[in-house]
Structures are given as C-alpha cells and as structure tokens.
Design a protein around this ligand. Structure first.
Ligand code: F6R
Length: 251
C-alpha cells in the first residue's frame, strides 16, 4: 500500500480570513527565499488571496519582484490578451497589483498550434526549473485540482484535458452572456502537482463542501482527484466554515 498522509487542515470563519491565512503562508515562503519558484492557481478563490498578497506588498512588507512562477493551467483557444485567459488573470490580479514580473510567470500557451506538444514543453520546462517551493491550489466543486477532472490518474502529467460539464458550467460565470466557455485546457497533471515541495489548497464557500469531504475523508482515487493530495507528505488545507461543513472528523 502506498503511504497515506494527513493534510494539516485549518478552518477559519470566512473567505476573507482564509485569504489572509493563505497570503501569509505565501509571503513567508517568499521572505525565506525572495527568488522562490511558486506554483500558482487562478479562479475566484484566488482573487482575494492575491489581493491580500498585494496589500502586504503595498505595506512594504514583501517584494514579489524576484519571484518566478508556473501556473497550473490555461484554456485551449484563448489568446493571452483575452480577458478570461489565465495569462490575463495573472496580470490583472498579481503581476500588476503585487509587482510580480510578468516575464517570470510561466503559463502554457492556449494558442499553440499543437497543444499536446505545448503541454510536453511545459512539463519539461517545469522539470528543469522545479520543483516549486509551494504549489497553491483551489478546489473544483467536483474535486478537481488544476483541471484534473474526475477520472484523472495519479501519474498524470501536463496534458490537454477536456473540461467536465460541471467545470464548464461553474466557469461560465466569468464569461460574458453568449460567450463560449472553452471546453479544453492544458493542465499540469496530478503527478506534476505532487512534485511540489509543499502544497497549499484553499477552498471557501458551501459549493465546495462536498468536494472537501471527498478530498479529506473519501477514498483516495480518481473519483476525487484532490484526494491524491493525501499521497503527499506536506499539504496544508485552508477552509472557511462553509467549505468545512461536510467534514465529520473535525479535530
Ligand atoms: C485554476 C484551477 C482550478 C480552480 C478551481 C476552483 O487555475 O486550476 O482548479 O482552482 O476550479 O475555482 P474557483 O476558485 O473559481 O472556485
């Protein structure tokens, strides 16, 4: 049997408190190593996390100028200047407000003519420059991490993935009315994510409660890709009360 670890779970009152806690952890990693290589995520959960980080920078308590990062994923078919591309997200929420150098933010190209070749290039680049000191993760309502949808294998690497209908529906809120939500992405695989030295997952809101329970208390397996985090020895999970509501084994 492969070893199973217990993630360190912190439950705080609400999403602002979860965002402050996550930003403080990221800030500590960067204070320890101002040139740290980070693994970063996008999505609604990360907007207040990055705003907190920007506030720490604005107070003069931290600089992200020398940090480099690899993002988890990018939509296939969106150019970098499309407002819903993850490249645009990172520039709007982190590079601009928190002073990260956009040139140091690696994200797969959603416009590569051969998306699988781009995924392979990205995996090789990360293998050469990694491992990341800290991988930040959100959690899909269906238990995905990155865009490793249910059914993803523990040994998966960066690849072209087809988004689950629930993910497409969840992400439609970021797109304009009538605008098509991409159905494919290039995503780090589960094994790519597990190669980080340390992992920090943030989940907030009642919509995540089922996935949080499956991640922490369900079987470890592809039905809930986030459950594979229990195969990594250094995982921290920050939840708000709403996301933690389904847990039966709270300490
Ligand atoms: C984003 C990503 C996704 C999101 C997840 C949660 O780069 O890889 O796994 O973290 O879909 O998204 P939000 O925070 O919008 O609920």
């Amino acid at each position: 049997m492969p070893e199973e670890y217990r993630p360190a779970v912190t439950v705080v009152d609400d999403a602002p408190a979860a965002s402050r806690a996550a930003a403080a952890i990221i800030a500590d990693v960067v204070r320890d190593d101002p040139q740290a290589l980070l693994g970063l995520a996008t999505g609604g959960t990360m907007i207040p996390v990055y705003a907190e980080l920007a506030a720490i920078v604005a107070r003069g308590e931290l600089s992200l100028a020398q940090v480099a990062s690899f993002n988890l994923d990018e939509y296939v078919g969106l150019p970098p200047d499309h407002p819903q591309s993850y490249r645009a997200f990172m520039e709007a929420h982190l590079a601009g407000p928190a002073g990260m150098d956009p040139a140091r933010i690696e994200i797969p190209s959603g416009m590569a003519p051969d998306p699988q070749a781009e995924a392979d290039r990205y995996e090789a680049l990360l293998a050469a420059r990694g491992p990341v000191a800290l991988q930040l993760l959100g959690l899909g309502g269906n238990g995905h991490i990155g865009f490793n949808e249910p059914g993803s294998a523990i040994d998966s690497r960066t690849r072209v993935v087809t988004l689950d209908p629930r993910t497409v529906a969840d992400n439609a809120r970021f797109f304009g009315q009538g605008e098509e939500v991409p159905h494919q992405a290039i995503s780090m695989g589960v094994a790519t994510i597990l190669s980080a030295r340390r992992i920090l997952l943030v989940a907030t809101g009642a919509g995540k409660a089922g996935a949080v329970r499956a991640m922490l208390e369900g079987p470890v397996g592809p039905d809930c890709p986030a459950s594979f985090l229990r195969r990594h020895p250094s995982v921290q999970v920050i939840l708000d009360e709403a996301a933690a509501a389904g847990l039966t084994q709270r300490e």
